[in-house]
Design a protein around this ligand. Structure first.
Ligand code: 6PG
Length: 249
């Protein structure tokens, strides 16, 4: 594992030979974060990312940490969702259930999928906003860990370049448009993403190399590269990447 620190942000990039190596290491670090929080008697708040990249990590957590993580103490959220039924193959909730949640003893009452049944997606966004506000108050106003990926265009969650959602300063959850199907999304806003004690970006594959280099080396405008806007003022960002994604760093 190689490690580089980014030029102007307290972020760390951990590079592994392949996606499985990154998944194994990230899973071990997640277990340690959960142990540290729950050993003090508190629950752990985890926001999952979607897409395909997290699958090896979720499978690794299910295979190696079923009995090593107090899953009943983990409150599970999503940082974005495609506005499709939860049984749709494109659903981030369905992907997380299939690769992780159906295989570990989570507490059903502590799993908070983004709602996608309201006819009006903005009603769903407000409903999830209320869910977050009910779970976070006072001293516990931030997520213990938010998992994220990036697209080759530099998007993260469902915050895409030039999206009006990038200008949201008050709400934690909004409706956003994606340039690819499913085009209607619910997504955390940058204020929500930056209310994290720890953010893990998991990035693998050569197709992500240009975006990763741009984010790490150029500190681009978040309107043009939304992942660059994830800089939690009181949090830590760790990138878990494979050699292919890191090939141009
Ligand atoms: C989604 C994700 C999205 C994802 C990137 C990368 O709903 O698709 O939240 O932000 O992390 O699009 O997707 P892949 O991991 O499939 O490359």
């Amino acid at each position: 594992m190689a490690s580089v620190l980014t030029a102007d942000a307290p972020a760390e990039i951990r590079i592994f030979p392949d996606a499985d190596g990154a998944a194994r290491a990230a899973a071990a670090h997640i277990e340690s974060l959960i142990a540290a929080r729950t050993s003090s008697g508190e629950d752990f708040s985890l926001a999952l990312s979607g897409g395909n990249t997290p699958r090896p990590l979720y499978r690794r957590l299910a295979a190696d940490y079923r009995d090593r993580i107090p899953w009943a103490r983990v409150n599970i959220f999503w940082s974005d969702e495609r506005y499709v039924p939860h049984d749709d193959p494109r659903s981030n909730y369905r992907m997380a259930r299939e690769t992780l949640l159906d295989h570990v003893p989570v507490s059903p009452g502590h799993v908070y999928p983004m709602p996608t049944e309201p006819a009006n997606p903005d009603e769903a966004a407000w409903r999830y906003e209320r869910t977050l506000r009910a779970n976070f108050s006072g001293a516990r106003s931030s997520f213990d860990l938010i998992l994220l990926g990036i697209g080759s265009d530099g998007h993260t969650a469902s915050l895409f370049p030039n999206s009006p959602a990038l200008d949201e300063t008050q709400r934690c959850v909004v409706v956003a448009a994606a340039p690819v199907e499913p085009k209607v999304r619910l997504t955390f806003t940058l204020p929500a993403l930056n209310r994290a004690d720890t953010v893990f970006f998991v990035v693998t594959g050569a197709d992500k190399a240009p975006a990763l280099r741009r984010i790490v080396k150029d500190s681009p405008d978040p309107h043009l590269c939304p992942a660059a806007g994830v800089r939690p003022p009181r949090g830590t960002v760790i990138w878990w990447v494979d050699a292919a994604a890191a090939s141009t760093l």
